[in-house]
Design a protein around this ligand. Structure first.
Ligand code: MLT
Length: 312
């Protein structure tokens, strides 16, 4: 249980607790963003929001659960580029990542970071690539599962650099980060929200940010353009969805709660610290997420299929 509103005078909506399903392990980036939002949404809705981590198959176990849940607004999910775009191309799913959900809102986007264990000899991205070339198939990169964003980004990195290393799938980027900090794995292609706290604590090394501009909250980390891999841009965006056929007024009420959360100065500051950009107010409508998800599917399914990325 993460969030419970103070008893309010407003009629509670909905009349029973909401489950916010997080498709990855606790402590990872999706869990972190989900819990920040759940707390503020619960206050706005005068409701209890229970965060439930349902892990496995790069988020598609949770995806199937939410797609089949009763569409009454009491089961919703936070997902992202991986769960609601890539999984549709990588896995043979029992549900449709687009047609089986009602979009509620796009909530944030941020780049990935190319990060490594603190004890790696390489001090910058060019040295990292040289080290990987000198040690083919020796290094390991933690991912949140086959076909997850971290895996797909790692495949693009391999192709671009002509390097070979192993992927190690975890139940989320949170547990993978624990092993990176402990030096059990060498690398991650990780969401900024997961890596930045560790970089700031000096427990891992950052090599580059996968965006054309540096992060305001971590201005020392070079962009991929500056570090030697021009154009390797990856934007890792998150949104919230309900099951298909959730009534429009409930979707709109949930959307209003997210809009309120995203306007909250504390939420905005936390997201900024985590390298997350909140979409402008006019892009927080359900229709914007629907159109954006469709455009991302049209773009990335083709790329994933050409790259022949499949779940093992
Ligand atoms: C997580 O929360 O573990 C991540 O969102 C997984 C990922 O990088 O796709």
């Amino acid at each position: 249980l993460v969030a419970s509103a103070a008893p309010g005078t407003t009629q509670p909506f909905p009349s029973r607790p909401i489950t916010l399903m997080v498709p990855f392990a606790a402590g990872g980036p999706t869990d972190t963003l989900g819990r920040i939002l759940a707390e503020r949404m619960a206050a706005d809705l005068h409701a209890t929001i229970v965060v439930e981590n349902v892990v496995g198959a790069s988020g598609s176990i949770a995806g199937a659960r939410v797609a089949r849940a009763t569409p009454d607004g009491t089961t919703i999910t936070i997902g992202h580029w991986g769960t609601h775009v890539l999984n549709g191309a990588v896995y043979k799913l029992s549900y449709d990542v687009l047609a089986d959900f009602e979009p509620i809102a796009l909530v944030a986007s941020g780049p990935q970071l190319i990060v490594g264990r603190k004890t790696l000899e390489a001090g910058n991205l060019k040295e990292l690539i040289a080290w990987l070339k000198d040690n083919p198939n020796k290094a390991s990169a933690g991912t949140a599962g086959a076909g997850s964003g971290a895996h797909v980004a790692g495949v693009f990195f391999k192709t671009r650099t002509g390097t070979e290393f192993q992927f190690v799938p975890y139940r989320g980027a949170g547990p993978a980060m624990i092993d990176l900090v402990a030096g059990q794995i060498d690398l991650m292609f990780d969401q900024a929200s997961n890596s930045l706290p560790q970089i700031k604590n000096g427990t891992i090394k950052a090599f580059a940010v996968t965006s054309p501009t540096r992060l305001a909250s971590a201005p020392d980390i070079p962009t991929v353009d500056e570090a030697g891999l021009p154009g390797l841009y990856i934007s890792y965006w998150h949104g919230l969805w309900a099951p298909k056929n959730t009534p429009r007024d409930i979707v709109e009420r949930l959307n209003a709660a997210i809009v309120a959360a995203l306007a909250d100065p504390t939420v905005r500051q936390r997201f900024a610290e985590l390298g997350q950009e909140i979409p402008p107010r006019e892009q927080q409508a359900p229709a914007t997420l629907a159109a954006f998800q469709k455009a991302e599917i049209d773009k990335w399914w083709r790329i994933v299929r050409i790259a022949d990325i499949k779940a093992e």
